[in-house]
Design a binder for this molecule. Structure first.
Ligand code: SF4
Length: 106
């Protein structure tokens, strides 16, 4: 399972009962060194940082939701390298985005 876990032993052990010193979890992205510390590849965060991240995400979702309610819905598709959802979109003919316009918008 990808993602970030809270660096709380009880929580981590609750997610993977086999997690122990010298073991890399096969379930979560956490490994424990033989000396007890977390392996460098572990994707963990302390509880307060995790809570702050949760608050930031919640705030961002509220802002996005309010923007949608206010009619602010720009066409900003996610693009990565040559991967572009506009290439497969059935609405590109009427889309106002740069990608949609380049293919002939209304
Ligand atoms: S063509 Fe327009 S509607 Fe379709 S994916 Fe691209 S931005 Fe979104």
């Amino acid at each position: 399972m990808s993602g970030i876990a809270v660096s709380d032993e009880a929580v981590l052990h609750g997610m993977d009962k086999k997690l122990a010193p010298g073991i890399e979890s096969g379930i979560i992205s956490v490994g424990i060194k033989k000396d007890g510390g977390y392996k460098k590849t572990s994707r963990i965060m302390d509880a307060s940082t995790f809570a702050a991240l949760g608050q930031d995400v919640t705030e961002k979702i509220k802002q996005l939701g309010q923007g949608i309610l206010n009619g602010e819905i720009p066409a900003k598709p996610y693009k990565k390298g040559h991967h572009n959802p506009c290439n497969f979109c059935k609405f590109k003919g009427i889309c106002s985005s740069a990608e949609g316009q380049s293919r002939g918008s209304v």
